[in-house]
Design a binder for this molecule. Structure first.
Ligand code: AHR
Length: 499
């Protein structure tokens, strides 16, 4: 049996969790919008055409913020196509995903839907094919109360009150050669800065996100952030990060350790942002908006890239296993460990497209394995993040060398106990964890739920949507301020400590 230990002490505080860390992402891509959140004629459809079964799952997932409408899609998007009478809206060729975009859902429909699931929108503007004018008009349409051309048009279109969208992304992945309107760091930095200035003149209360690198393997990673932030620092509040991980071949050991790579990626972006801050003798510290993260089997996507142009094609509909759910749990832990700087996180995406929620057109909606660690972390991971200083056995990986078997972080919620999120990366052995709880006299283990399975490749499907669900384990007693937990092999766990 492998053995580890950790300490949960309120003195080891990292910072407060911004609830927006549990954000999601809806892109006009594949079946995320059409036959995902929106499907008129579906048995559960609202009068506006939105699937209530999906909305209900989104509420249960616990996503207080949703990034919209892309993604690569936004770099060719004309937001004006999506307003006004639906029958007058154009069908356009979307070049990001070589799809037909009917514009039946636009900003007004999306805002109503997001409000209905209790989420705020993080809106992205097109800095690929468009620029300052389109961005400032869009913001005026959304956030001004009235008395101007665009705000009056919103009222005419049925939304009397302004949307008050607080957070805006200045484009998407502009460092990527695949992006329509791809730019050098300097070109993007200048455009982003001037767009930000104009947007702040329209609505000084907004927050802005500058594009960081698309991933840490980009050849320009690091220098992109330094140049972009050199141009935009005083106008923006966050720099974005994106990361997707997948198991390569049969190397599950490395895949299970990918949150260590995520930790290093975050540390590197923080260092770069702080370097720009120091060079400019600035007071303001930038936050991180980790606005795309997930497990994505990119290899499988290669075959989908050149399919015939059609409406809402099924794109990157990865089916997630128990292993993927455990990895998603570690990625959430990585975000929590950086709660002092990572203020926004968006799991990409919400429905069908590498998503925790799947739908059959005209049929059921169900939870993927990855739904469960996300929903439980969003529900119980609110409050103050605590470092738990784990002492863990190590194992060797091909990708990252020696890595700890145990991945853990705790969150203390005022008047509602402490949640410990713990992963055992060992594929073969349970892990006992000796927990020092002396700083919490009178606390007991109230519950221990885990995601683990004899088959690490087990998945949920339409036919068997509850094949993988969290299971409750017997809870051990606290003795003299210590308790010994047992984490099953290859598992994600939530342990609740209550008074
Ligand atoms: O989430 C899918 C795509 O991944 C997004 O459109 C893009 O920003 C990223 O490359």
């Amino acid at each position: 049996m492998l053995q580890a230990s950790l300490t949960i002490d309120p003195a080891f505080s990292v910072g407060e969790v911004d609830p927006r860390l549990y954000g999601s992402f809806v892109e006009h891509m594949g079946r995320c919008v059409y036959t995902g959140i929106y499907e008129p004629g579906h048995p559960t459809a609202s009068p506006e055409g939105f699937r209530e079964d999906v909305a209900e799952l989104a509420r249960e997932l616990g996503v207080p913020l949703i990034r919209y409408p892309g993604g690569n899609f936004v770099s060719g998007y004309r937001w004006e196509d999506g307003i006004g009478p639906v029958e007058d809206r154009p069908t356009r060729l979307d070049l990001a995903w070589r799809s037909l975009e009917t514009n039946r859902v636009g900003v007004d429909e999306f805002q109503k839907w997001a409000a209905g699931i209790g989420a705020e929108t993080m809106m992205a503007v097109n800095l690929g094919t468009r620029g300052i004018d389109a961005a400032r008009d869009f913001l005026e349409y959304c956030n001004l109360p009235g008395g101007t051309y665009w705000s009056d048009l919103r009222r005419k279109n049925g939304a009397e009150q302004p949307y008050g969208i607080k957070t805006w992304c200045l484009g998407n992945e502009m460092d990527g050669p695949w992006q329509i309107g791809h730019k050098t760091a300097y070109e993007y930095g200048r455009l982003a800065n001037e767009t930000a200035k104009a947007m702040r003149l329209v609505d000084p209360s907004i927050e802005l996100v500058a594009c960081g690198s698309s991933n840490s393997s980009m050849p320009t990673f690091g220098s992109w952030e330094a140049t972009v932030l050199g141009e935009t620092y005083d106008q923006v509040d966050y720099v974005s990060m994106h990361a997707y991980y997948e198991q390569r071949g049969d190397d599950r050991d490395s895949f299970l350790a990918c949150a260590l790579d995520m930790d290093r990626f975050i540390d590197a972006v923080i260092s770069t942002a702080d370097h720009v801050r120091a060079v400019g003798r600035r007071k303001k510290r930038l936050g991180i908006s980790f606005d795309e993260w997930n497990v994505w089997y990119l290899k499988r996507f290669e075959g989908e890239a050149n399919l015939a142009i059609r409406e809402a094609p099924p794109l990157i509909e990865d089916v997630y296993s128990v292993t993927d759910a455990v990895v998603v749990g570690t990625m959430l832990n990585s975000l929590l460990r950086h709660a002092d700087r990572v203020k926004i996180g968006c799991q990409a995406q919400l429905v069908n497209v590498i998503a925790p929620i799947m739908t059959a057109p005209g049929g059921a909606a169900w939870k993927q394995t990855t739904f469960h660690p996300f929903a439980l972390t969003s529900k119980y991971g609110r409050g103050t993040v605590l470092r738990v200083e784990p002492a863990s056995p190590l194992y060797e990986t091909k990708w990252l060398g020696e890595v700890p078997v145990l991945d853990a972080v705790a969150v203390a919620t005022p008047d509602d106990g402490v949640s410990l999120f713990a992963v055992n990366r060992s594929q073969t052995s349970p892990l006992t964890v000796d927990v020092d709880l002396r700083a919490w006299p009178g606390y007991r283990v109230a519950s221990h739920v885990t995601i683990a399975d004899d088959d690490p490749d087990a998945v949920n499907t339409a036919a068997d949507p509850e094949r993988v669900v969290p299971r409750s384990l017997v809870v051990p007693a606290v003795d003299g301020g210590r308790v010994t937990l047992e984490l099953p092999a290859l598992s994600w766990s939530l342990i609740r400590l209550e008074e």
